[in-house]
Design a protein around this ligand. Sequence first.
Ligand SMILES: N[C@@H](CC=O)C(=O)O
Length: 293
Amino acid sequence: MPWDESGELAEELFRASIADQVAQDLRHLYVFGTAGEGYAVDERRFDQVVDVFADESRRHGVDPMVGLISPSLPVVIGRIERCVARGIRSFQLSLPSWGALNDVELATFFAQTCGRFPEAEFLHYNLVRSGRILTPDDYATLAAAHPNLVAVKHTRADYATVHGLFAKAPALRHFFTEATYSYASLVGPAAFLVSIASVRPQLAREYFDAGVARDTDALLATCAQLLELSGELRRAVGPGPHMDGAFDKIFAKVRDPRFPLALLPPYQGASDAAYEAFRAALAQRHADWLERP
Ligand SMILES: N[C@@H](CC=O)C(=O)O
């Protein structure tokens, strides 16, 4: 999300970034993951971003997905209600994170979201920050209870977990980020959650297609490049910024140099120097990953 100097949505830049992604054939878009600062927005900004996102997505024929991150279940329910009133049907759920949910609390959370809104579809965002990583067995139970839980976004999964997900929760679509996608796509119907590869969407698409075609050589070669890119990014940003948005906004700025790097307070964004260092690394050592003029 691009914020202006007073922390308000930079609407024109936001609309331009949606249009850019759609033009690059990235059509499954969401707002308010970690990178989109779903944990940091107040209700006013939540509604404003949703309105702009839904409007611009629909202009391009894209179905908008909205992420929900809050330690308060009533806040999550209220956000779903307001989105449903705006015709939004796709949601991305994260577990409340103030304390890790136990099994009873987990069942209540899904009953009060998936169960309460049967007309909507839900993707679960499985991440350490939420305090509890759900397992293949958890997903088997939840998918059986909630047919409108349709997908999961995995931020990390070892090989045993990847196999377990495809075996125990095959009704769900499992999205993996760059490093895990290479392996997961060889052993099951993996979906690809584009992160650092977003600097060059065309190559992200080719990586996804290599997985669909089970082209091991292409997958491993691109995976190695993407791991190198991640190393360049970590070196460029250095210690300090730690929220996904600090990194993802650098990707957005590679696509559009006007894109601001600031995160909503109190979180620390990456610096312009970090962006310049990453861009220089791309130009010098990974030129394929820079859009050709
Ligand atoms: N940064 C992504 C997740 C991982 O790639 C997000 O915020 O959704």
